[in-house]
Write a protein that binds this ligand. Sequence first.
Ligand SMILES: *Cc1c(COP(=O)(O)O)cnc(C)c1O
Length: 438
Amino acid sequence: MSRPSPGPVSRRLAHRAARVLVGGVDSPVRSFRAVGGTPVFFARGRGAYLFDVDGRRYLDLVGSWGANLLGNAPPDVVRAVRKTALRGLTFGAPSPLEHELAERIRRAAPELERLRFVSSGTEAVMSAVRLARGFTGRPKVVKFAGGYHGHSDGLLARAGSGLATASLPDSAGVPPTIVGETVVLSYNDPEALADLFGRHGRSIAAVVVEPVGGNMGVVPPRPGFLEAVSSLAHRSGSLVIADEVITGFRLRNGTVHDSLGLTADLVTLGKVVGGGMPVGAYGGRREVMELVAPLGPVYQAGTLSGHPLAMAAGLATLDRLSPAVYRALERSSSDLEERLVRSAEEEGVDPFTVERVGSMLGVFFAPGPIRDDRDAGRTDRAQYARFFHAALDRGVYLPPSALETTFVSAAIRPEDLERAQGALRSGLRAARRRGARR
Ligand SMILES: *Cc1c(COP(=O)(O)O)cnc(C)c1O
């Protein structure tokens, strides 16, 4: 069944929101600018499904950008949050859930000898970078094009056209002098990294890297790339920051950098460990972390850091994680991948590539393999927009941007994907047809 989404109530709310919120939203990609049209407003979510303000149901393949590993409103998590709320929302003073969640995280990721909770992934990476600079006494930070590490000034950089060291601001309002200390290289390009370390190794504080690229669609690390990142960095006395804001506790019960060949000094977490509440965390080697205030000279603080409700949601989420959860995630994610690839073939959509790592899927209307932001950038955005809207009209909520990750949650069962098959197939048929609606 197909009904143009959004319905009349969403349209009315979008109009009203736009008169008071910038662009009608609180985070840009929610606005549907990348796919056209008007955003759907959601009223509630339960398990695998979202329900909009017009009473329509959607299979949720966004999962609040990966935060909702267990699906929408998991009863155990909601119960823990409710119980905690009744005892007080915030104290601005130590409370037991903070070290309990830290202990729970460290049990799964022992390399996080010391941790600090913050309220977003942005803060976690920003603080880890500050700490790396404080520890090494060096100014430069290396990131990879297409990697997203939050919106702190120094990390909103893109590669300049000339020297590898001359980055440009990726946002108005960021002074060139600030991104001047950020070097942007291509993901999966160990030669460029070796060249940079050969020339500037002694001024590099840290390399910050997503162990699996998750912000340019999905870009898996090529064999040897992450190994090269850690060996080059460590040979020069630079630190490695594994940005696991997406991958941590999503791809396995813990962090993934080690199993993918990346040895990290600092790790950032967010999304899943907050169980749907605002959380970020950074942690790592004790000798490095103990440079953070109050023990050391690197300042970092937060009025609502380690917020009780977020700690409770994180704990209740991590308590649910078991081998069975990851097996189920793998099963439904590979099922979704197969459905997409098979339907694209049957509908004659070519080129079409799905890059999948666990429950992260990158859907590209471009030839594979996707190795970096340039390969990802070849995806046909108009095709993606038609795919997105045709699926939306038939009750499947995909990421409203061609270069975002499609996330599978543990609440999605085989029968949910079976039911979504028609919508996915219609989406791919619409993608192929030019001149379709929108
Ligand atoms: C989402 C994300 C961030 C930023 O987290 P926010 O909570 O949105 O500030 C940082 N790094 C990565 C890899 C992310 O995916």
